[in-house]
Design a protein. Structure first.
Length: 502
């Protein structure tokens, strides 16, 4: 495939085969030429009928799809994974501690690991166990779900926490630790974010929703000033900084102030209303096994949630409400119904049968992460075995009219839309039998859910549409599970400008 260089604007994409939304609008069933000008598709014609214009990208029969989005990313924390010790393979607390004993000490004097899953370990993570392995270097192990952090005594002392417990911090204290660990030198963070963005572009990603727990506008102003142009970004704000956003006159959809770029915009108010499955804090109707008093926890009361959504709506903000357990999802839907707020429920991992059709009726988007179902299948079968609500109900949500928006929640799972699509369609990985296959989606719905706007409003390839486009090796609507996960992306473009060429 001949191609212009990265950063060049394409005039014609020739000999492409179109897959996904927009296929029904094409004039023929074979290869087409797609003409682009001023960042938009201006014409589509059978291959060779019209003369190519400007710089030509020869697709050579590759499949053209709308650009992919990840609707839930913690950008800085995901970028920093490159510096941190991977713990996803740890089989026990003792094993995780041994791994951290050999982890590199970063320039700030800390050892940081990420990605452990302790819910099914046979032993307990304790401060004494971690101390014995890691000694005097402050050591931090971040749970895969980011809702808990395991610290040794030196780390607890450094962060100002008591040193007489088990070293495990959960929910708000854990989030505060992550904020501190993510607060690295801007030059370091921005270089890692740039590398992360280029990797995302190589997977066909044209945009993401950044839900870092920080004042994100400053970081994106700085990155744009330095020339960042690889992705479109919508960044969120949390309740602790929301008053500042309102006072400064920001609204969802506003571009970053002080920049001539149109790539980065204000996103939603993000509200975390309960915990997680892996930390056993997601708010559920029935208790967790072996702990009859533990039904998880609501971190925002229903009354407070209504107040926040009311204020956000009046200030021009959409809302992204984290709700994992069925109790949290019920309260979140109630709040959307009472306030008329616009937005999404993030995760929706366990949903009562009666609540599933409410997503579509209320127009509340289901911002979900299909890979989490595959990661959590054993946890779900164990920790949620007594629950009567539906876990990871993708098909049920789609069938009742919900708009699905796919993401990764990176670093919880890697930023890879092809993994999300494969998980949603095939409900498996690593050769295991499909898990709850009745909740699998058709490939067209899964692909649309990975574009901006989601399954109900996703991007369409037609004249007038923004030229955020991807050329991939195979037709994603006909690819097998392994082919989706290993999809080769030949080129990615934003507004006709190439951000990746293979």
């Amino acid at each position: 495939m001949s191609a212009p260089a990265i950063g060049q604007t394409v005039g014609t994409i020739t000999r492409a085969r179109v897959s996904g939304a927009g296929r029904e609008f094409l004039p023929v069933d074979g290869p087409v030429d797609v003409f682009v000008a001023d960042g938009r598709i201006i014409d589509i014609a059978p291959a060779g009928v019209l003369r190519p214009r400007g710089d030509v990208l020869d697709a050579d029969g590759a499949w053209l799809i709308a650009g992919l989005w990840d609707h839930h990313v913690h950008v800085t924390q995901w970028a920093l994974v490159a510096q941190r010790q991977a713990l996803g393979h740890a089989e026990s607390a003792a094993h995780a501690a041994r791994i951290m004993a050999d982890a590199p000490v970063l320039s700030d004097g800390r050892r940081i690991g990420t990605g452990f899953r302790d819910a099914l370990w046979g032993d307990l993570p304790t401060r004494e166990l971690l101390d014995a392995a890691t000694g005097v270097e402050p050591t931090y192990l971040i749970n895969a779900d980011v809702h808990s952090v395991w610290l040794n005594t030196a780390a607890l002392r450094r962060e100002g926490h008591p040193t007489d417990g088990d070293g495990m911090l959960r929910e708000a204290p854990a989030f505060e630790i992550s904020r501190r660990l993510n607060d690295v030198e801007p030059a370091v963070a921005d270089a890692l974010v740039s590398a992360m963005a280029q990797d995302a572009a190589s997977r066909g990603v044209v945009g993401l929703v950044d839900l870092d727990m920080a004042w994100n506008e400053t970081a994106w102003q700085r990155r744009l000033d330095a020339g960042f142009d690889t992705l479109r970004v919508e960044f969120g704000v949390y309740p602790d900084l929301f008053e500042r956003a309102v006072t400064e006159g920001l609204r969802t959809g506003d571009p970053v102030r002080g920049s001539h770029s149109d790539l980065v915009h204000m996103g939603p108010l993000k509200i975390i209303t309960d915990g997680s499955l892996g930390t056993r804090t997601a708010a559920c109707t029935h208790s967790y096994p072996g702990d009859p008093h533990n039904h998880g926890m609501l971190t925002v009361s229903p009354e407070r949630l209504v107040e926040l959504l009311t204020t956000a709506t009046g200030a021009g903000f959409a809302c992204a409400v984290h709700a994992i357990g069925d109790v949290a999802n019920s309260h979140a839907l109630d709040a959307f119904a009472l306030t008329g707020a616009d937005g999404t429920i993030e995760h929706a991992q366990l949903v009562a049968h009666a609540d599933i059709p409410r997503f579509g009726r209320l127009g509340v988007g289901a911002s979900v992460q299909p890979e989490h179902a595959i990661d959590d299948r054993d946890l779900t079968d164990s920790l949620w075995a007594a629950q009567t609500a539906l876990p990871y109900p993708l098909r049920s949500l789609a069938d009742t009219g919900a708009n699905l928006l796919f993401g990764s929640d990176a670093p919880v799972s890697p930023l890879d839309p092809w993994a999300a699509i494969a998980a949603a369609v095939w409900r498996t990985r690593d050769g295991r039998p499909a898990w709850r296959p009745e909740q699998g989606l058709d490939a067209a719905t899964a692909l649309a859910a990975s574009t901006h706007g989601g399954s109900a409003h996703g991007a369409v390839i037609e004249p007038g549409a923004v030229a955020d486009l991807v050329l991939c090796e195979r037709d994603p609507l006909r690819a097998a599970e392994g082919e989706l996960r290993t999809m080769i992306v030949r080129a990615t473009m934003i507004g006709g400008r190439l951000t990746h060429v293979r």
